[in-house]
Design a binder for this molecule. Structure first.
Ligand code: ADP
Length: 474
């Protein structure tokens, strides 16, 4: 079965968040199960692109409204990622460094989707399935089924995976002319709330959609930034499949980015060595429990709650607990966190920025990983924490609810709390201090966590089952 994954991000080419990790791993595991899965993404002027060799497999020009653009399809030459990787390069539109946040983002992603469809159409390919990820690729199902230009492809099933339903990519109807010739009687399938809404359109037009956890599938029906009714109505088309993690990359036994490798056998010494290296880097005391946060400093992640909550914990447990924050995002939150670290340098360190090796070191060297998320479609951080024997402290939402069992419950290993609020975070930190003081319990939890299997094997099977359930129609 030939499958094209379409995505704005893919690790290690370009990563902003979890979408990249998923698209960089799922196709590899699908190929190991006998599929022919490939990834198609925009070209970014980035290290991976500059350092690897590419072969131009197709070039042509197409139309974005009245504007004719030239595009190239570049294929990575070695296949070393475990799947075929194609980049679509459009000079002037898709040849920049950053993934998001350009003022002409709408034009960028529409042109990307048109170029993809033109490429497979004009090169006479007929994939068995097109798998779209998030709103950046959400207009593909509509164009495929309702543009005369792609009539030859209109029987191809499409699947949409929603990694984050808060972002829709909506734009004004005045930009309708950017789309290729379409069946004007079907424009309702583009609309949500008076705008062209790529995520809503994808949900309406795709054959099936998936969310990255079962709980998130339900949550979208009551919290999806205005699409609640749509998700409620289309619920029968949806399936929740929890993400896996790439256990080749995220493996404390072999991870070259951490200070000392360890497996469950040398767990205590391995964790200690990593903690020492991390604490030394940040000038923190190794003997205290270390609670860390990694992620985008935005409201979705509850990052705005951190400064106040950490201040209260430091006050309530003087000299009893340390914090490391790694992230970037809202300026106000960044500034508050920096001020906190300046006020309490021995208890709180903050690194503002994106740093992949440092993230690995924090997972390996911390005792606890705090995730006070307001929204968490799946969450990968808690899965990495589990893999590295670090106790996740999570607010029960989305995938966090599906993957973390409280240590107070049967077979549990994490710390759960109900509200994304300062008192709940402070209470959870208090529980962390208690757990840490009970070292035999701490060791037991670490062993339990490291025995868990969140590899892609299980999730890949669920995706393949879903694909196969579409087979008779293919
Ligand atoms: P989201 O995609 O919503 O940001 P996920 O939990 O799905 O959240 O994925 C986050 C990914 O990004 C994880 O791999 C995490 O380690 C990584 N990450 C987030 N912020 C940073 C950062 N500042 N430095 C390094 N890695 C980061």
């Amino acid at each position: 079965m030939k499958v094209y994954h379409l995505s704005a991000e893919c690790y290690p080419v370009a990563k902003v968040g979890g979408l990249a990790d998923v698209v960089g791993a799922l196709p590899k595991y699908q190929n190991q199960m006998g599929l022919e899965a490939a990834v198609v993404m925009p070209f970014y002027e980035r290290k991976f692109v500059q350092e690897n060799e590419w072969e131009m497999v197709f070039d042509a020009s197409s139309l974005l409204g009245m504007h004719r653009f030239y595009f190239e399809v570049l294929k990575e030459k070695t296949g070393k990622l475990g799947f075929e990787l194609y980049l679509i390069k459009i000079p002037g539109l898709l040849d920049r460094e950053n993934v998001y946040s350009y003022p002409d983002e709408t034009e960028q992603f529409i042109a990307f989707q048109i170029a993809f469809l033109d490429w497979i159409n004009w090169s006479h390919q007929t994939p068995d399935l097109i798998h779209c990820h998030d709103h950046h690729t959400g207009l593909v199902p509509f164009m495929l089924y309702y543009s005369r230009l792609y009539h030859r492809l209109s029987e191809i099933p499409t699947i949409l995976t929603i990694h984050n339903g808060q972002y829709h990519g909506a734009f004004n109807w005045s930009k309708l002319s950017l789309l290729p010739e379409i069946d004007m009687t079907k424009t309702g399938l583009l609309d949500w709330n008076g705008a062209i809404n790529p995520l809503a359109s994808a949900v309406k037009c795709c054959w099936r959609y998936t969310t990255v956890s079962p709980t998130y599938l339900e949550e979208l029906t009551y919290r999806s930034n205005g699409l609640e009714y749509l998700f409620y109505m289309e619920r029968a088309k949806g399936t929740g499949i929890i993400n896996g993690i790439d256990t080749d990359i995220w493996n404390p036994k072999t991870d070259a980015m951490i200070a000392a490798n360890y497996s469950v056998r040398q767990l205590a010494t391995g964790k200690q060595k990593n903690k020492e290296a991390l604490c030394e880097k940040f000038g923190l005391d190794t003997d205290k429990p270390l609670i860390s946060f990694i992620g985008r400093l935005v409201g979705e992640k509850g990052a705005d709650l951190l400064p106040h909550a950490i201040r209260q914990v430091i006050k309530g447990y003087p000299d009893a607990v340390n914090f490391i924050i790694l992230g970037a995002g809202e300026i106000r939150v960044q500034d508050e966190l920096k001020a906190l670290a300046t006020a309490h340098p021995k208890q709180c360190s903050v690194f503002i920025g994106y740093d992949e090796p440092l993230a690995h070191q924090v997972y390996a060297g911390s005792d606890f990983l705090l995730m006070p998320s307001r929204v968490e479609p799946c969450g990968l951080n808690q899965l990495y924490a589990l893999r590295y024997g670090t106790v996740p402290m999570v607010r029960v939402t989305g995938g966090l609810k599906d993957t973390v069992i409280d240590y107070g419950d049967d077979g549990g290993y994490g710390i759960r709390f109900i509200q994304a609020s300062v008192p709940d975070i402070v209470h959870a930190c208090g529980r962390a201090v208690e757990v840490y003081a009970n070292q035999p319990l701490m060791q037991l939890l670490r062993k339990r966590m490291m025995a868990l299997d969140f590899s892609w094997a299980r999730s890949t099977k669920e995706y393949v089952n879903l694909y196969e359930s579409l087979k008779p129609v293919i």
